[in-house]
Design a protein around this ligand. Structure first.
Ligand SMILES: [Zn+2]
Length: 438
């Protein structure tokens, strides 16, 4: 039996409202006991000093792209590199999106990603599987089989499900399998060739605009369809204030709808595109200050409950081209935590326990990983933990990322807050002190 005591940390478990200084004992990869408010701790074989640090459930990101498999896509990311990036950023669990090549639409593909995740021995790697075969929107995927094979959700991320009848069938299948559907809300007809937010700036730059209404239209249709079905419906990477209002109204009517935001949609506006910087090219696009304010209001009032990174590594050559031709997306795992701190805590929107809820118990509940004891500090549950120095100041250096991706508009930013240790099943899989992922 091996025991490790994490000593003198600020132990935060949003799942049960715990926020106290104390110690946490790990025994054989599981959380054995939590000792706060002067409750004495038992002796242990090893100890980790967490003085001045937050000790919380391992962070969970339900929206990453690890590009595996990637036949013919030219991507350099692998599940091993993506997992190293995850644990370096404090994430102990990630969920991979299925817009790979081939797409994750068979039980064999799902099993393969999960196996390669286990082989990497870093983060817990789960996968979301396709709603339609090949993500083409034409033929429904074998949803119940994919979920039975281990997929923790269904999505055609990268594209929305355009066809209404198909969307209804998918929501029904997801509801009957007690899983969740994650929508990339984008009306394809309204966004043909679109590369940045629609408006005067896009016109001035000579770029084709992607209107917020194209996100809102699909979201509104989905929420109307789901009103009768009641599936767990999750809107990914929201960018528009109008979307917040739609989710707020649906939740007020009792629909199990959730929304997600990513760091870039909270910290950058379309102005970042004005120099044709391809690291500002996102899908959905960066929008206006009013949208950021509405997203933050939605976070503050509990309408938006999940933070995701949409970690999207791209080879450098796909960004070193004209803005119109460049790939969409940025890497996010290794700088998300301080960026959320900047956007939400420094701005007074949330405190640490509230923000960590959006990165632990809330995503765990959406995808059912709470049943495995993830996303909370449960005695007897897996010892997945993140130790965070909340005030550590550092400069984001994309060249130092574990990820193969260097496409990061935050490169060079001075930020505060960093994961200093990431622990999965009791094992330290990333240690900032040695700057190595083990
Ligand atoms: Zn997407």
């Amino acid at each position: 039996m091996s025991t490790t005591l994490i000593r003198n940390g600020r132990i935060i478990d949003p799942a049960c409202g715990l926020d106290s200084n104390g110690d946490l004992l790990i025994t054989d990869g599981r959380i054995a006991s939590i000792h706060v408010d002067g409750d004495p701790s038992p002796p242990a074989d090893d100890s980790i000093d967490a003085t001045g640090c937050i000790v919380c459930p391992g962070l969970i990101d339900i929206h990453v792209h690890f590009r595996d498999p990637h036949q013919g896509q030219g991507h350099e990311e692998t599940i091993a590199l993506g997992s190293a990036a995850a644990v370096a950023g404090g994430f102990s669990t990630v969920c991979c999106m299925p817009n790979t090549s081939p797409a994750l639409d068979t039980t064999e593909q799902v099993a393969g990603v999960m196996q390669r995740g286990r082989d990497a021995q870093l983060a817990r790697v789960h996968t979301v599987a396709c709603g339609t075969i090949g993500r083409r929107g034409e033929t429904i995927a074998p949803i119940s089989d994919l979920i039975a094979a281990g997929a923790i959700g269904i999505s055609d991320d990268g594209d929305g499900i355009a066809d209404h009848a198909m969307m209804r069938r998918i929501l029904e299948a997801v509801a009957s399998a007690d899983s969740c559907f994650m929508q990339h809300c984008q009306d394809p007809e309204a966004t043909k060739g679109s590369v940045m937010n629609a408006g005067p700036l896009a016109t001035k730059l000579g770029l084709i605009g992607w209107p917020a209404s194209a996100e809102e239209a699909m979201l509104q249709r989905d929420l109307e369809l789901n009103a009768d079905i009641g599936a767990r419906y999750h809107a990914q990477h929201l960018s528009s204030g109008g979307s917040v209002e739609l989710i707020r109204a649906a939740r007020a009517q009792g629909q199990p709808a959730t929304g997600e935001v990513s760091p870039h949609h909270l910290l950058l506006t379309e102005d970042a595109c004005s120099t044709y910087d391809t690291n500002a090219k996102m899908n959905p696009p960066l929008r206006r200050r009013e949208d950021i304010d509405a997203l933050k209001a939605g976070i503050s009032d509990g309408t938006i409950t999940i933070l995701g990174t949409d970690h999207a590594p791209h080879p450098a050559h796909t960004k070193a081209v004209d803005f119109a031709a460049a790939s969409f997306g940025i890497v996010g795992l290794e700088c998300a935590l301080p960026l959320y701190r900047k956007a939400l805590i420094d701005d007074g929107v949330l405190d640490w326990p509230q923000m960590l809820a959006m990165m632990t118990c809330n995503p765990a509940r959406l995808v059912g990983l709470d049943a495995e004891g993830l996303g909370s500090l449960t005695e007897g549950g897996p010892a997945d933990l993140t130790i965070i120095d909340p005030d550590l100041e550092w400069i984001i250096d994309a060249d130092a990322f574990m990820s193969s991706g260097r496409n990061c508009p935050f490169n060079g930013w001075t930020v505060r807050g960093r994961s200093i240790k990431t622990i999965v099943a009791g094992a330290v899989v990333h240690d900032r002190a040695t700057a190595v992922t083990v």
